[in-house]
Design a protein. Sequence first.
Length: 207
Amino acid sequence: MNHGMPYFYRYHVKKTQSLTNGFDPLRNYLHTIEQTCPHDYFFSGPRSSSLHFKLNFDVKCIESHEISKLARQAMIDGNTRDAHSIVELFLLQHDNKTVAVEIPLWLENNEIADYPKIFSSKEPLTGHIDILRVEDGKIWIWDYKPRASYEKYATTQTYFYALMLSKRTGISLDHFRCGYFDSAYAFVFKPLETAILRNQQLHKFIQ
């Protein structure tokens, strides 16, 4: 998909079938998004990866999480030039919980309250989930960050990925979990829709 820059959306057919039981709308989304995606949305407007405000979550840091170990395996040859793609493809091929990578998402301006105030725009919010996993009945949104410990806004980015996928599929946010990681640490949290309402810094959005 060319969304201003190339994104290589991929999903694993067999794992999607076996892991998304109980999440039929998610399976349908993954199967049809290449045909139904409003590609023009992605050429302008706010992007989740460019949201520069913080949301307050109870974020847990986990050393040597399973997904960090997999990232280490993926990067074992030391090639960091295209680390994102290397890690994503390795997980899709070798991790029994990863169902898709680079999933396109969007949020319409009528889908949450005060949208123009939050994003300084009426255009749709867009983004691409790095890695989508299903584990223990939860849908996990993961973003690979080579220096995860130094990230300021990764919780905001992954939170809105979860919110967008919830809106696109109709699956309650209660079924989602978020995280970002590198080869040493993973940072995880439970997304709450009330996070937007209680945050006092949204007006500081910087595209």
